[in-house]
Design a protein around this ligand. Structure first.
Ligand code: ZN
Length: 434
């Protein structure tokens, strides 16, 4: 892929007339669908409703394609894998993600998907006036062998731009605590930081409490929403703005904030994003529904009408002049932080997700129920390896700050909260204590 040519196309295509954008999407979808039907046994018959006898696509029947859930992805993993993904989209990489619905999911992502995401993030950075000649620190969200903050060669902006060639980039390995990350921001003098949304306020609190004011130009917030009062606080402490990046490990970069309007613009050139009701039909602007995505770069593990477990409100067309479709807001995507009385914070997803294999747990809920007390809830009816339960409990205690008091409880069912959302990692501390 010629990344420069593609990026320059994105700067134009955001203003394409709607029909031209639709035509572009359909050309990408045709390639994805034909590849999936030919090389993924799971899709051999599943897409029949849209293929006509002559092999053409009947777009009016798009909604007849069944929605693919996370449970389907787990149950049919081997059959969804493409036997012959386009070589030009590689190398390919297997990735595990555990999202809001509680099922861990492994998908095979493509380098192509990452390249598309990079180009889309550059466009969004341009919208926000990001200065690529400055210093960038990225907290990684995938495992790496790195154990310390590391300077990477090259630029973090478009590498052919002279201004970007002056920029420096660092990565911070995971899992890193907010304290470690804050020290990294100080030592690298980072101007821009990409980090999980829930950590940004924590970083501001650390800076505030330590009386060590540093200036930051902007945060890119991954995987969550940031409340207006949190934005104000972060601006007060760091002088920084927060840009929300709506993305997922398996689907790449999905939508970015409009610089003029209130919503997020979908990267329509890279992904078909549908917001649908419980029957799978599109909701009207202003209404909330499930987010169903078809990322065009998912050629090694085709995700066609995939429901990754988010809810969002569909937006009306934006007054800024861009024809890219609009998400008014993401409503169902919150991951709770675990907090230690000494100020350390952890994401359960980063810290303990892998431990489930010790006892063969598939679904679970890990809840913080006291300052250092945690409860692991395991649904009945699963064939757990009970001989390793104590090993599991000790590994959980170690993963949760090293001193957690962990209780294991078998439950009839995992339950959603009052808002109807299931959280795999949940803090049940009262707000005052949290
Ligand atoms: Zn706009």
């Amino acid at each position: 892929m010629n990344q420069r040519a593609h990026y320059e196309m994105l700067l134009e295509s955001q203003y394409w007339p709607g029909q031209r954008l639709v035509d572009w999407q359909r050309r990408q979808l045709v390639d994805l669908l034909i590849g999936a039907r030919a090389h993924s046994p799971f899709y051999r018959f599943r897409l029949n409703s849209v293929f006509s006898a002559s092999g053409g696509i009947n777009w009016d029947r798009w909604n007849d394609i069944p929605i693919l859930g996370r449970a389907d992805v787990t149950a049919h993993h081997a059959k969804i894998l493409s036997a012959n993904p386009p070589a030009a989209h590689g190398p390919f990489k297997d990735m595990m993600t555990s999202g809001s619905t509680g099922d861990p999911v492994t998908v095979r992502t493509t380098t192509y998907l990452v390249q598309l995401a990079t180009a889309a993030i550059w466009r969004a950075s341009l919208w926000q006036g990001v200065d690529w000649s400055k210093t960038y620190l990225n907290q990684l969200y995938v495992d790496t062998p790195l154990t310390a903050i590391t300077k990477l060669p090259g630029s973090w902006g478009p590498p052919w731009l002279r201004s970007a060639q002056r920029g420096r980039q660092y990565v911070s390995p995971r899992p890193f605590s907010a304290h470690e990350l804050f020290e990294g921001m100080v030592s690298t003098k980072a101007d821009y930081v990409t980090v999980a949304a829930g950590l940004i306020v924590e970083l501001a609190r650390i800076s505030d409490a330590a009386g060590r004011p540093i200036r930051v130009k902007g945060f890119f917030a991954r995987g969550g929403t940031v409340e207006p009062y949190e934005r104000d606080y972060v601006r007060e402490v760091f002088g920084a703005d927060i840009f929300g990046l709506y993305s997922s490990k398996e689907s790449g970069s999905l939508a970015h904030p409009c610089p003029e309007g209130p919503g997020l613009h979908v990267n329509d050139e890279h992904v078909l994003v549908e917001i649908v009701d419980d029957q799978g039909w599109p909701v009207a602007p202003g209404e909330e529904g499930r987010v169903v995505v078809t990322p065009f770069g998912s050629t090694a593990f085709p995700l066609i009408r995939y429901d990754q477990g988010d809810r969002a409100v569909r937006g009306a067309p934006c007054a800024c002049g861009r024809s890219l479709s609009v998400i008014e807001r993401i409503s169902g995507r919150t991951i709770d932080l675990f907090r230690h009385p000494d100020g350390r914070v952890r994401f359960g997803q980063d810290q303990v997700a892998k431990l489930r294999t010790i006892i063969g747990a598939k679904r679970w809920q890990v809840a913080q129920i006291g300052p250092t007390a945690y409860e692991v809830r395991l649904p009945q009816g699963i064939d757990y390896d009970l001989t390793r339960l104590e090993d599991f409990r000790l590994a959980m205690a170690e993963g949760l700050f090293g001193d957690a008091d962990v209780t294991i409880r078998f439950v009839d069912a995992l339950v959603a909260n009052a808002a109807g959302k299931f959280k795999e990692y949940v803090s049940e501390l009262p707000p005052a204590a949290a």
